[in-house]
Design a protein around this ligand. Sequence first.
Ligand code: NAD
Ligand code: IPM
Ligand code: MN
Length: 332
Amino acid sequence: MKLAIIEGDGIGKEVIPAAIEVLDSLSLDVEKVYLELGYGKWEKTGSAIDQEDIYILKGCDCILFGAVTTPPDPDYKSVLLTIRKELDMYANVRPIHHLPSIKGIHERIDFNFIIVRENTEGLYSGIEDIGSDISTTTRVVTRKGSKRIADYACKLANSRKNNLTIVHKSNVIKSDKLFLDICRQTAIDAGVVHRDELVDSCAYNMIRSPWNYDVIVTTNLFGDILSDMSGALVGSLGLLPSANIGDRYAFFEPVHGSAPDIAGKGIANPIATILSLKMLLEWHGALAEAAIVEEAVEAALNMGVCTPDLGGKNTTSEVGNLIARYIKTRIG
Ligand code: NAD
Ligand code: IPM
Ligand code: MN
């Protein structure tokens, strides 16, 4: 596998090395291609990502990404949005479930749902008109964009509990009516049991009764917000992995950002990134290796090895190192 590795900024530079130690412990045949992208690159060159980077990324099988900081420049073109759009990775898949020994906000731990977030349009269209009195952003919902994310979510629902929730705000935002109609019709055609919820009440219900959800499909910004919110359900944003999937490319990253408030302290939780690596291995077909990574993460948590966001005393590298050593012992 030819793997592009982007540490990015802030804690991206801490969590990615921990995940790479875990990857190395698996002894897989991986060609690593490191790219420097993000705020650091922007400070040096005036560009956070350029066409040459996109070309290199397109030559790799998949990408492991840490996090980037948004530079203070109104003309700044987001690295993440550029990669997602250029490589047409339209499904942002964010699994949310309890992890052993970690307390979230509920005693009940029997929740396990996946947010499938449309990743290329909605309020992230990039069509903006920024003025001093009026600024507008065009929210784009297309049949093609809605259909392919609906297909992805229905396929996933069929492989799980056959329970889809379509999350929208079509009572006010009329562009969501198209999204809702297409998701409903796709679910009917695929034989998927479905319901829909307005995003505001969904946020309430999801925090209150997360065990009532299986697969959630929603537009770009709603999926962004609901996924960070779900970090509280599992106990830390530092535990949530994600996959950006397209027909040809895929890239894997923690849900969290570059966390400037804790960057450089060695206390960032690397588990979101290590579980993103697990999703990468699954996508690549290395199912046994993915299962061992998950087992090793659970073993570390069961041993109480964790970072301060989870109430632990360990550093980022200690957590990564223990998980890597567990894997080496396990595979001999
Ligand atoms: P953030 O996700 O970086 O941090 C939010 C809070 O969660 C902070 O208190 C942080 O300390 C904590 N946190 C996040 N990850 C953690 C981890 N692994 N371990 C322990 N605690 C963790 O969000 P923010 O502060 O709003 O954004 C900071 C920067 O990151 C911004 O420039 C933003 O644009 C960018 N960002 C990038 C990505 C990405 O690259 N994927 C995602 C979100 C935000
Ligand atoms: C995420 C992030 C990004 C998003 C930002 C940094 C562009 O918050 O991956 O969730 O909004 O998609
Ligand atoms: Mn986000």
